[in-house]
Design a protein around this ligand. Structure first.
Ligand code: 5GP
Ligand code: SF4
Ligand code: MG
Length: 467
């Protein structure tokens, strides 16, 4: 998911709508905005579909007045799958001291346990979302201000959270102690206002200046006069940012941890070419997510780069479509092979990841149908063998190709001439860790590749998941 918040300018919701549009790649099912205005109070609009189809309508934006607003773009990981407007964020609740609204990127690993406890004590839930727990915990806290209550609430939750929240007058941003999901601070004009955003690409769209990242374990509270208070609600631990943000999730034009996401992806391709060279005539990306790595692979290997596959710009990301049936069709609806380019060639196909293997299988068929002589897959991440419980929608373990097959078995299953994945060390090097992965204290979260979960997924363990 993507989160965004603005304080300062008149009609902050208009800025939020633009920001959410730039974060659309992080969630395409639904979006929402909450704003506050001294006369109109809190207002909220939550809609299915793209930001551009909803939050461009003047009739809707007029209902979201005020100098403070937050927003969210959603794809479902926690809670009930599929469509329910009650699960669309931001969530808003009135309680003593005026109430608050909250938008959350990530996933809480103890939400089911908390929910049971809260319901037993009388809380009335309105959604199936893990995030709603935070609102109820805030409502029950005895602390004397809303930011203090938020601290209280967040000390009870476990898992991954980058949160943007608002009171009637203040904008707040928090990252979990490991800093699994991103969150950055930007400035509008010369002190006209402040922005919190999942990614820097959504600062660029409104012309805001990138100031800094919210640090892992940090909470910022921004007042209407522009003052920023930085708090440390949690015991400090060594950060473990999601390495998959670098591989796939973030937009390539964003800057994460001082690094260009594009450059990291290109460098993964360079590492792949060194680790897994092959004789071939053409390096082709699987668009769009494989493109920077393919550029790096071609450059390092000296094999010509070409766009052998064209993506239909009017389709979304395949994996963000939540049902398997749509995902299966999605590949053909979305990608087509350029026969004139691949015919008679030995082709290296570079993609970011193999999850279920559906995409790779279809693409291999399409490339061979178009007359390619050989197909070699090069994957810009290690085999995805474990589900993510921190906010990325991977299927259950049994559906992950790499959970049940070796690399050679996967190659045979996909029916390709060769299949190689970048190593964990290669990935870490590409992401700026010159010495590779520190096995004692890994610098990133890489649980979906290594099975080492930095936060025990306790709800899942209670249901029998074995780590
Ligand atoms: P597959 O067809 O192997 O299930 O999905 C792989 C494709 O889905 C990749 O091309 C990639 O762009 C996209 N994808 C990336 N990350 C994820 C993820 O976490 N979950 C899923 N289901 N698909 C992903
Ligand atoms: Fe990111 Fe994978 Fe960790 Fe999930 S498990 S937070 S996708 S690195
Ligand atoms: Mg892809």
């Amino acid at each position: 998911c993507g989160v965004y918040g603005v304080i300062g300018p008149k009609d902050a919701a208009n800025f939020v709508a633009l920001g959410l549009h730039a974060l659309q790649h992080r969630g395409q099912e639904a979006g929402g905005i909450v704003s506050h205005d001294m006369d109109a109070g809190f207002n909220s609009a939550r809609r299915f579909g793209y930001v551009r189809d909803n939050f461009t309508k003047a009739s809707l934006m007029e209902t979201l007045p005020g100098p403070i607003a937050i927003g969210h773009v959603r794809y479902s990981t926690a809670g009930a799958k599929g469509a329910a407007i009650r699960d669309v964020q931001p969530f808003f609740g009135e309680f003593s001291m005026g109430g608050a609204a909250i938008a959350h990127n990530g996933n809480l690993t103890n939400a089911e346990e908390l929910r049971r406890e809260l319901i037993e004590r009388g809380s009335i839930f309105q959604s199936s979302s893990d995030t709603e727990c935070i609102i109820h915990l805030m409502a029950r806290s005895m602390a004397k201000s809303i930011p203090d209550r938020m601290e209280d609430a967040l000390r009870r939750v476990e898992g991954a959270f980058s949160v943007v929240a608002m009171t009637r007058t203040k904008l707040m941003g928090v990252r979990d102690p490991l800093g699994v999901r991103p969150l950055v601070l930007g400035q509008i004009g010369d002190g006209d206002g402040w922005v919190l955003s999942s990614e820097t690409c959504a600062l660029d769209i409104i012309g805001a200046k990138y100031v800094r990242e919210i640090e892992p374990g940090e909470m910022v509270v921004i007042s209407p006069d522009g003052r920023i208070e930085s708090r440390r609600p949690f015991r400090p631990v060594k950060p473990r940012f999601c390495v998959f943000e670098h591989v796939y999730f973030s937009r390539p034009d964003s800057i994460i941890g001082g690094r260009s996401v594009y450059e990291t992806r290109r460098q993964i391709g360079v590492e792949l070419a060194r680790e897994a060279p092959v004789e071939a005539d053409l390096v082709c990306p699987v668009p769009d997510s494989g493109t920077p790595a393919a550029i790096g692979y071609a450059h390092e290997s000296g094999i010509p780069f070409g766009l052998g596959i064209t993506r239909n710009q009017y389709m979304g990301r395949t994996f963000i479509e939540p049902t398997e049936q749509i995902r299966n069709m999605g590949v053909r609806l979305k990608l087509n092979v350029n026969r004139a380019l691949v015919e008679g060639k030995r082709v290296v196909l570079v993609d970011d990841s193999v999850v279920r293997g559906t995409t790779s299988r279809k693409i291999k068929e399409m490339i061979l149908d178009a007359g390619a002589k050989e197909v070699h897959f090069r994957i810009a991440s290690p085999p995805t063998a474990w589900p993510c419980f921190y906010g990325v929608d991977t299927p259950e373990r049994s559906k992950l190709l790499a959970a049940t097959m070796t690399e050679d078995e996967m190659r045979d299953y996909l029916g390709v001439d060769s299949l190689r994945f970048v190593s964990l060390d290669g990935l870490y090097r590409a992401a700026g860790e010159a010495a590779g992965r520190d096995p004692q204290q890994p610098q990133y979260c890489d649980a979906c590749f290594s099975g080492e979960y930095p936060v025990a997924p306790s709800d899942m363990i209670a249901k029998g998941f074995e780590v």
